[in-house]
Design a protein around this ligand. Sequence first.
Ligand code: NDP
Ligand code: HSE
Length: 437
Amino acid sequence: MIEYRPLRIALLGAGSVGSQVAKILLENKKELALRVGAELELVGVLVRDKQSVRDYQIPTELLTTSPEALILGADIVIEVLGGIEPARTYILQALNSGSDVITANKALLANNGEELFEAAEQVGAQLYFEAAVAGAIPIIRPLRESLAGDKVRRIMGIVNGSTNYILDRMDSTGVSLKQAMEEATKLGYLEADPTLDIEGYDAAQKAAILASLAFHTEVPIDRVYREGISKITSEQIAAAKRDGYVIKLLAICEKISATETEPEGISVRVYPAMIPLEHPLASVRGAFNAVFVEAEAAGSLMFYGSGAGGLQTASAIMGDLVSAAKRHVAGGPGLADSAHADLPVLPISRVTTRYQITLAVSDQPGVLAQIASIFAEHGVSIETVEQSAKMIEAETTAWLEIGTHLATDLSLAAVVAALQSSSAVEEVTSVIRVEGE
Ligand code: NDP
Ligand code: HSE
């Protein structure tokens, strides 16, 4: 039954995502009204250029280039402009006027989230952001609500579709990073500034959002450790495959216990790593995303689906819109996050992981012993060693592929530095972390 007054929805942006949100809102109007108990009336759509051709042709009378009147006259504002400004200013205007806001803007949340959530709290408004991480995949709501009574231990996710596509193409066809990047560019997978994807910035923004929800802690984006995929070679991909692994760009958020001298905290990091082929994330192919969550009571959970795409992302926005609209109709407190745990975000040196290191060494007596002693000096235990040799001119070069047991990143980094300056080592050809075992 529809007894409530129509709710006024302002849409800021009508690009890939915004135009699909407008389409769903206009085409599913009746069905949405029945679900919510009030009509959702799209009162205006903010754009830069009213003449642009769009994926969905929005009625011209709805398009506007004047933000203020649109924002101030709305019950719920949907921000799908992207970027920091003017999105930040518009969201603050909306929240300060008491409107609920829905955003897909991971960059803004990762950089200015604290300010936005504070503004929302001051006036009792809600800020929803399901679409900001992993597109269509419901992961924010499970962390905010479904797992709110549990304790999350670890999140390991593939949250950037374009880099997953690139690594997958390198793995399945043997193409180089450059060729795979060209394919991804042609398919429109990469951001306008591809370094956001390739160097892991996009994944780091998403990791900061996931970690803050999972561990009830503010996670400033500059505390997220980040390495991208720009140095990953076809040789590393092939070697991983030979050994039963696949290389993925992982976003990892985990709780780290206190030691005798160091406090408890969380680690939030993004880097390419080898994962065993049997791990659920290994089967995430193409531009798909997946998030693997380990919680104390729930055990392991896997969330999988489309991490991007206008229509897919619009689905997540519409879910938030229905929730926000129902709150208007039925009242209630809405979702509330808190940073009550206030855990320190620890440096990468505190992380415990495993490395796979490949070295070129001269094939001489005693070299292996020298290498082994470097690992021993830094307290890093070797798990596997494989050697292959090849005659190059008069000299024989041996390649050693060394897999370590778990050790702190601090010790592993010290081992790599010592290997690089050792006279026994011609070259350290590959260093990559191993996760998911
Ligand atoms: P687009 O670049 O396709 O669209 C941006 C829209 O915002 C355009 O309609 C543009 O107007 C409008 N706009 C931008 N700046 C202004 C401004 N200053 N004033 C008025 N209008 C403005 O972006 P997307 O739809 O791809 O992305 C939107 C948001 O969703 C971003 O935060 C992005 O990170 C996020 N997101 C996107 C995903 C995707 O698959 N595309 C997936 C997950 C999240 P005009 O049309 O006139 O140029
Ligand atoms: N550039 C992002 C990706 C888009 O490749 O996943 C979705 O956030």
